[in-house]
Design a protein around this ligand. Structure first.
Ligand SMILES: NC(=O)c1ccc[n+]([C@@H]2O[C@H](COP(=O)([O-])OP(=O)(O)OC[C@H]3O[C@@H](n4cnc5c(N)ncnc54)[C@H](O)[C@@H]3O)[C@@H](O)[C@H]2O)c1
Length: 313
């Protein structure tokens, strides 16, 4: 039987709401750490989707050094929300990214839980204060936003709402740490939180440069992997900047390169996601990547990511 970390005992069982990309990955992580999981999703092909997922996830679990077997006895699936939720210590919600749907889900959830249940949403953009708006008790609800796939990626952005209690924040941090994740407390509710805001800022410029014909799509990947990606995986962008200033640190960097950065910001593109742009970039992506299937690319990426994870601190 899989051993449960002592810090995880009081977070058992977990209800996972939504069995899409993120929900299935969370469910796998929870099961691999010995937790009992109830998986809720109204989709009619739920059993099929779950079977397919667990058939293909074994090699990733083994690369992560996590157990691959014995999950069936601790996993139940279904489309009855009350049954899935009653008695849960933690709920990790992964339904579609729609405010009204999440608001309704959490008001429904509230009628079946005990007051100590920790209520987490994987939402990528919607603040907990908005999701919990019509709940009677908002104190145990907050965002636990993973980077896809949560089974592999260390980061979870923990974002409390205006009414989230300190105790719930501490519990969320403890829960994710005990699962081997690297939770980060985000100190203000902003749209898109932090990781995606940073990622999307850079993607906007990358897409603009490709659209303008400055660089080929696949060459952007090589440029980033051979420079920024490598540096940032080791130091992060801010320490990277501090070190870029030599012994004068961040201040020297800003005094030396600040005006150049401003010129570069002014020159950057402001791409909009309209039909023409989407169709031009989609064509370029097929030219760049169609020599392998999505699954083949994903498998190579996963292997490389896990090799990098093994050597980072
Ligand atoms: N995909 C990502 O990269 C990513 C990363 C981090 C966070 N997120 C967030 O995770 C959440 C789920 O995203 P996803 O990519 O897994 O989406 P997805 O479309 O793959 O899965 C959503 C699932 O929710 C189910 N669903 C539909 N209505 C529901 C309801 N009323 N109650 C419960 N489940 C319902 C669907 O059947 C589907 O299985 C979103 O809030 C998203 O913002 C996504």
């Amino acid at each position: 039987m899989t051993h449960i970390h002592s810090d995880l005992q009081r977070f058992n069982p977990v209800t996972v709401i939504g069995a899409g990309t993120i929900g299935l990955s969370w469910a796998t992580l929870f099961l691999a750490h010995g937790l009992t999981v109830r998986l809720f999703d109204p989709r009619t092909d739920l059993q099929e989707v779950v079977d397919q997922h667990f058939k293909s996830i074994g090699s990733t679990l083994s690369l992560l050094g996590l157990p691959e077997n014995g999950f069936e006895l601790r996993l139940s699936i279904g489309d009855d929300l009350q049954q899935a939720i009653t008695g849960a210590a933690v709920i990790q919600e992964n339904g579609p990214e729609k405010l009204e749907l999440k608001q309704q889900l959490f008001t429904d959830i509230e009628s079946y839980i005990n007051p100590h249940t920790l209520l987490l949403s994987s939402s990528s953009t919607i603040p907990a204060s908005d999701i919990s708006a019509s709940m009677k008790d908002k104190s145990r609800m907050l965002i636990g936003h993973p980077f896809n796939p949560p089974l592999v990626m260390p980061l979870v952005e923990v974002v409390p709402g205006k009414f989230t209690s300190n105790e719930a924040v501490e519990d969320a941090l403890l829960f994710y740490k005990a699962l081997g994740k690297a939770p980060q407390l985000i100190r203000k509710e902003v749209f898109g939180f932090v990781a995606n805001r940073l990622q999307f800022a850079m993607l906007r410029e990358a897409m603009y440069l490709v659209d303008e014909g400055v660089v080929k799509m696949e060459d952007v990947d090589e440029i980033v992997k051979d420079s920024i990606g490598l540096r940032w995986a080791a130091s992060g962008p801010m320490l990277g900047m501090h070190l870029g200033g030599g012994h004068g640190g961040m201040e020297a960097f800003m005094r030396h390169l600040g005006s150049t950065m401003e010129k570069s910001w002014a020159a950057q593109g402001n791409l909009m996601m309209n039909e023409e742009v989407i169709s031009r970039l989609a064509t370029k992506s097929r030219e760049s990547y169609n020599h392998k299937t999505i699954d083949e690319h994903a498998q190579i990426r996963d292997q490389k990511q896990m090799a990098i994870l093994k050597v980072r601190d």
